[in-house]
Design a protein around this ligand. Structure first.
Ligand code: PMP
Length: 407
């Protein structure tokens, strides 16, 4: 195994030189958002300095540059997630907008009264609320795949939930609250055998493991750029072409039409049909640069390094008196959620911030899964490939000190 030069990688991320409360910043809030390498910052800045224009519509040099940059980013996304065609890659604002798009187009067209939508107990609110709204509108039902005490989904329970009324199975690939890696390929295959469509929420997976949407065979796949070292305000819906062609558009406006009269509109084919108005061109280009960066390092190498780092963090944390790890599935990525007896999660978060360590303390927009474990909040360090064992040591030391302090 070639050595992973984490110090060289850290030099690519200017913000990792920041100091917080007089200490070097330790960024353990990667599940909330990731930091940006200089190449992404430079790419967005280059776009505004040399290429900025609206796309598609105008026939001049900068419009051509902007259009080329935007469409090149779409091709980069296609390659990165293994989609068959760029027509299957739709740019949106993020995973939340992506799921809402599917709910409000495919969902409104295909879900009827009495139909069932299956989600898992692990879902982020973004993969619950849009389906709940759709179910309320249509008179459909939400069914929930339960998890075991480690936080892994129960496939036999899932099998029992599947029935001829199941129209959609929408599951996360990695839990943002516990870090559980969910066996989505199996879940998709089981859904398809039952005649249901699938949506995989990749918000927490794409930056930590190799994703191949064709190997997964999922009908829809969504993710956010900002969680994979790209800009905020950009994300992706992948959908199988045949489905996208059948789906009605969501928002109407410019860019998504072939022809408009006051009587009727002819829409563009996908992906333009789903990209009404001026999109987030610069940040799509920035996302392309982020995926290029990840590809240069290699997602498999990243996954191996992070796996070892998470094991190291887990072993350090579980030795702390009064610390309870929430989420102990065998297959996990990035996240080590915990509570500490006698200390509120806010208190732990504050103590860590005092030492320059950023973690999230709270419900992580995933209240149902925390309540499954009898808690309302956790402290959630979440790792990325620019984190180090020394940073983990510091985290463990600060939490351990707090655990042993007289209250
Ligand atoms: N799904 C999961 C699993 C997430 O972790 C998040 C972000 N925390 C989202 C969806 C929503 O992503 P965004 O806020 O970027 O739209």
């Amino acid at each position: 195994r070639p050595a992973f030069d984490v110090q060289a990688i850290r030099r690519d991320f200017p913000i990792l030189q920041e100091r917080v409360n007089g200490r070097p910043l330790v960024w353990f809030d990667n599940a909330a958002t990731t930091q940006k390498p200089q190449s992404v910052i430079d790419r967005v800045s280059h776009f505004y300095a040399h290429e900025n224009s609206n796309i598609h519509r105008a026939a001049h040099e900068l419009a051509a540059r902007a259009t080329d940059a935007y469409e090149k980013a779409r091709e980069t996304v296609r390659r990165f997630i293994g989609a068959g065609s760029v027509d299957e890659v739709i740019f949106v604002r993020g995973a939340t907008e992506a799921i809402n798009l599917v709910a409000k187009t495919w969902g409104v067209q295909n879900i009827q009264e009495g139909d069932e939508i299956i989600v898992s107990n692990l879902e982020h609110h973004a993969n619950i609320v849009p389906w709940q709204q759709l179910a309320a509108q249509k008179g459909a039902k939400i069914r929930v795949i339960p998890v075991d005490d480690t936080g892994q989904v129960l496939l036999d329970e899932y099998q029992r939930l599947l029935n001829p009324r199941t129209r959609l199975v929408a599951v996360t690939q990695v839990s943002n609250a516990l870090g559980t890696v969910v066996p989505v390929a199996e879940i998709v295959a089981m859904a398809h055998r039952a005649g249901a469509r699938t949506l995989v929420d990749g918000a927490q997976s794409v930056s930590h493991m190799k994703v191949d949407v064709r190997a997964l065979d999922t009908d829809f796949f969504v993710f956010s750029g900002h969680k994979i070292f790209g800009p905020t305000g950009i994300g992706v819906v992948y959908g199988k072409k045949a489905l996208l062609e059948e789906m009605p558009p969501w928002q109407g406006g410019g860019n998504m039409i072939a022809d408009v009269t006051f009587e009727r509109t002819v829409f563009q084919p996908p992906p333009n049909k789903f990209e009404a108005g001026t999109g987030n061109i610069a940040d799509a280009v920035g996302l392309g640069a982020a995926l290029d960066y990840v590809e240069r390092i290699g997602i498999e190498r990243i996954a191996r390094y992070e796996h070892d780092l998470l094991e190291y963090a887990t072993h350090g944390l579980i030795r702390i008196p009064g610390l309870r790890l929430i989420g102990t599935a065998r297959d996990k990525a990035s996240v080590a959620s915990f509570v500490l007896a006698g200390h509120s999660t806010e208190e732990v978060g504050k103590a860590l911030n005092q030492e320059g360590i950023a973690v999230r303390s709270g419900h992580h927009c995933a209240q149902p899964i925390l309540r499954r474990f009898g808690v309302e909040a956790t402290v959630r360090p979440s790792l990325a490939f620019y984190n180090t064992c020394e940073e983990v040591d510091l985290l463990v030391r600060v939490v351990d000190r707090l655990a042993r302090a007289r209250r």
